[in-house]
Write a protein that binds this ligand. Structure first.
Ligand code: FES
Length: 277
């Protein structure tokens, strides 16, 4: 059982679970703990927990398991991800049905509250969202037609690193620009076809933000929007890697060429990330 749940779940309690997507460093964990404490102090809340649906601890799976073990009877899940994605509730419902289907124990009645607004105070926002009386999730398995999928044929795959150093160096901006251009230029079918995906750490963190293009496995470092434009035009569409942005596997430590060419110290955001590790 995770520590987060073990000491907080009274048997049969009506519980509130704050659900965020991911947290990979201490500050967002502290923020979640702050929200958890606010939720725990609200009238009618017998126990409050938080969990992450992707990377981060405790995971949604572990906290749900702990709540079921402790005999929780009513659970309200409060999503804390912005912007709210329409697919979230469908994903959550399917996932809970699957987990419950493999679990012989009685499960709590689960509701999903509206998204927690960020422009109110934490207490106001939580009070409002918990007072909205959301309907219980229908965790029944319905028989739906099984749909097939076409296995895509694109030759190229772009991985955008979302590890810690790449994130603080602007990986989300790089990812957003790549996806917008992929849509605008129909990259999935243009040229030899390209798909893209986010990835965890790709290895050369000091070259952040890092992008890797397959099937060659070419590493690109210090990528920004202009770098993505060059990679699209020259590598993805014309088949030629972009040497000014590429870094070969030399077996030796490398730094960004732009950094080697200047006396600038490491950017503050990367220094502070490293100091936290
Ligand atoms: S975090 Fe991106 S390469 Fe390590």
């Amino acid at each position: 059982m995770s520590d987060a749940a073990a000491s907080l779940v009274p048997p049969g309690a009506s519980s509130v679970l704050l659900l965020a997507r991911s947290a990979i460093s201490a500050p967002p964990l502290k923020e979640m703990e702050r929200f958890r404490a606010v939720a725990a102090a609200l009238p009618g809340v017998e126990c409050a927990l938080f969990a992450f649906s992707e990377q981060g601890s405790p995971s949604l799976r572990h906290v749900i398991d702990d709540l079921v073990t402790q005999g929780c009877e009513r659970l309200t899940i409060v999503p804390m991800q912005l912007p709210f994605e329409a697919s979230f509730q469908a994903w959550l419902t399917r996932t809970l049905i699957r987990w419950r289907g493999k679990d012989g124990r009685p499960w709590p009645e689960i509701t999903v509250a509206p998204l927690l607004a960020s422009d109110d105070s934490a207490a106001q926002a939580l009070t409002a969202t918990l007072a909205s009386n959301p309907a219980p999730l229908a965790l029944e398995t319905s028989k739906t037609a099984v749909e097939g999928s076409i296995v895509p044929s694109p030759k190229r795959r772009v991985l955008v690193c979302m590890g810690g150093p790449c994130n603080v160096a602007g990986a989300e901006i790089v990812w957003g620009h790549l996806r917008n251009e992929q849509e605008r230029l129909s990259l999935r079918t243009a040229g030899e076809g390209t798909m893209s995906a986010k990835s965890s750490c790709l290895g050369p963190c000091n070259l952040a933000p890092v992008v890797q293009v397959w099937p060659e496995g070419t590493y690109y470092g210090g990528v920004d929007e202009a770098g993505i434009d060059a990679i699209i035009a020259r590598h993805l569409l014309a088949g030629e890697p972009v040497p000014e942005l590429a870094y070969e596997a030399t077996g030796k430590k490398q730094i960004l060429r732009s950094k080697a060419a200047s006396d600038d110290p490491e950017p503050l955001h990367l220094q502070s990330y490293r100091n936290r590790k």
